[in-house]
Ligand binder design. Structure first.
Ligand code: ZN
Length: 429
C-alpha cells in the first residue's frame, strides 16, 4: 500500500548547500532516515584537518567547551583521535537530543538477542534515546495477543503462553538490559485508519514504563483524504499524564512530529546465520532505497530547474498544469496534492539522469549478490541437498555459537522461523 506522506523537511530546500545525498533512506510512507555511516561521515566542506592543529593548542577547558558546538561527524572523529577529548566527545555524541536511533520492536519483544540483530550490540550500552519501531504490529489482529506473537515471544519452560503483562514486563527488562543508559523511548507504530487514539497494547507498554525513563507514543496515521483521493498521513506524538486524582489522560504533544532517524551501526556478519541476518538486512534496505527515490526525484526536479539557472516549469500530471516559478513550490505541490513524478517520466532528461541510472544499477547488482537471489543461490533452493546442508549448519550455529544461542531449541527461534519463511517462498508457514 502506498501512501503519500511527504515530510517537507525531508526534501532539502533551496539554496542547496550540499550535493544530493544518494545514501538517504525512506520508509514506504515517505519518512526519511539515515544510516549511522552517513551521520558520522565528515563532509568534504569541513576543513578539519587544516584547523585541528590550531584547535589543539587551545587550553583544555576551552577545547571541551567548543565540543558542545561540534556536529555529530566531528564528535565521532574526536572520539577516535584525541585522548583529552575522547570521553567528553563520546558523552556528547551519544546523548544528542536531536537523534533518534531506530530499534525494531519485534527484536526487543523476542528477547533482544544479538544474533538476530543487524546492528552492533556493543554500542547499545551508550545509547540514551531510541525510537522502538513496531511498524503495523498493533494494527488489527497483529498485537500482543495476536497469532504473530507465537513466533515472536517465547513461552515459559512449561510452554504456557505468557500473559500480555508478562510480555510487556519482559520487553522493558530486555530494553533496559540492552540499553542500560536509556533516557527517552518513543514507542512507534503505523495505523492506517483511526489515528485519534493509541492502540490498547501500546498504552499498556507505555503505562508499564520503568521509573527513570521518559516514554512517548507515536502513530503515523491518516490525516484525511486529499481532494484528488490520494491519502495524506501525519505522525503524532502522545504522552500519558495523570491528573491530581490519578486519572490518566493521553495528550497529543506534537501534531506533526518529524525527527532525525538514524540506524544503529551495522554489525559484522559471521557464518551461515550471519549471512542470513545480512540478507534480512539487505532485504529491508532494498525497499528503503527504492522508497526514497520519490524524495530524491522531487529534489532532483527542483534542482534541475533552479540550481544553476532559472527555469520555471509546469506540473506534468494530466489535467493539472500548475506552474512553479520559485524553488520549493513543486515540493509543496507534491506534498499537498501528491503529483509525484518519476525521474524517467520527466519530459526531458533530468540533469541527474546518469545518477539515477547508476543508483538503480547498484540496487539490482546488490540484489543479485547479497539479496534474495544471491542468498538462495548460496544456500541452495528449497528441497535440494545444498539447502538441507545449509540448514543443518544454520541450526548448528544457532545451537552452539554464543552470539546466536538464545537458550531455547534453535527450531523455536524467530530467526529460524524467518529462515523458513524467506527460504520457501511458496510454503504456507
Ligand atoms: Zn499537479
Amino acid at each position: 500500500m502506498c501512501s503519500y506522506l511527504r515530510v517537507q523537511s525531508a526534501i532539502p530546500a533551496y539554496p542547496w548547500k550540499e550535493p544530493i545525498d544518494w545514501e538517504r533512506l525512506a520508509t514506504n510512507h515517505g519518512e526519511p532516515f539515515i544510516r549511522f555511516a552517513s551521520l558520522v561521515r565528515t563532509k568534504p566542506t569541513n576543513k578539519q584537518n587544516t584547523t585541528f592543529s590550531e584547535f589543539s593548542n587551545l587550553p583544555a577547558e576551552l577545547q571541551l567547551y567548543v565540543l558542545r558546538f561540534c556536529d555529530h561527524a566531528t564528535l565521532y572523529q574526536l572520539m577516535h583521535t584525541s585522548s583529552l577529548l575522547r570521553q567528553e566527545a563520546k558523552k556528547l555524541f551519544w546523548s544528542a537530543r536531536d537523534i533518534w536511533y531506530l530499534v525494531e520492536g519485534i527484536w526487543l519483544l523476542d528477547g533482544g538477542f544479538p544474533g538476530h540483530a543487524d546492528h552492533a550490540i556493543e554500542v547499545l550500552p551508550l545509547v540514551e534515546q531510541i525510537e522502538v519501531e513496531f511498524s503495523d504490529f498493533f494494527a488489527t489482529s497483529k498485537s500482543l495477543q495476536g497469532d504473530r506473537i507465537a513466533f515472536t515471544v517465547h513461552g515459559d519452560v512449561s510452554g504456557r503462553p505468557e500473559t500480555v503483562i508478562e510480555i510487556i514486563r519482559k520487553f522493558w527488562h530486555t530494553l533496559q538490559t540492552r540499553f542500560p543508559k536509556i533516557k527517552t523511548v518513543i514507542i512507534s507504530t503505523v495505523q492506517f485508519r483511526d489515528g485519534t487514539s493509541l492502540p490498547a497494547d501500546m498504552k499498556s507498554i507505555i503505562r508499564m514504563c520503568p521509573d527513570g525513563i521518559t516514554v512517548l507514543g507515536s502513530i503515523l496515521a491518516d490525516a484525511g483524504d486529499r481532494d484528488n483521493g490520494k491519502r495524506s498521513m501525519l505522525r503524532r506524538l502522545w504522552q500519558r499524564v495523570e491528573d491530581s486524582n490519578g486519572v490518566e489522560h493521553w495528550q497529543v504533544v506534537e501534531a506533526a512530529w518529524t525527527r532525525k532517524s538514524v540506524l544503529l551501526p551495522l554489525k559484522e556478519f559471521h557464518g551461515v546465520a550471519g549471512r542470513f541476518a545480512q540478507y534480512l538486512y539487505h532485504d529491508r534496505f532494498q525497499s528503503y532505497e527504492v522508497y526514497v527515490m520519490d524524495l530524491l526525484c522531487t529534489e532532483a526536479i527542483e534542482r534541475h530547474h533552479f540550481e544553476d539557472w532559472y527555469e520555471p516549469f509546469h506540473c506534468l500530471e494530466p489535467g493539472c498544469g500548475h506552474k512553479f516559478d520559485r524553488p520549493g513550490q513543486y515540493t509543496v505541490h507534491v506534498i499537498d496534492i501528491g503529483h509525484q513524478i518519476k525521474w524517467r517520466d520527466w519530459e526531458s532528461p533530468l540533469v541527474f539522469k546518469d545518477d539515477f541510472e547508476k543508483y538503480e544499477e547498484n540496487l539490482s547488482r546488490r540484489w543479485e549478490r547479497i539479496g534474495w537471489q544471491g542468498w538462495l543461490e548460496e544456500m541452495g533452493y528449497p528441497d535440494t541437498e545444498k539447502r538441507r546442508q545449509a540448514e543443518k549448519t544454520f541450526l548448528d550455529q544457532l545451537a552452539h555459537d554464543p552470539l546466536y544461542n538464545e537458550g531455547v531449541p534453535p527450531e523455536s527461534t524467530l530467526i529460524y522461523h524467518r529462515w523458513q519463511w524467506h527460504g520457501n517462498p511458496d510454503a504456507d508457514l
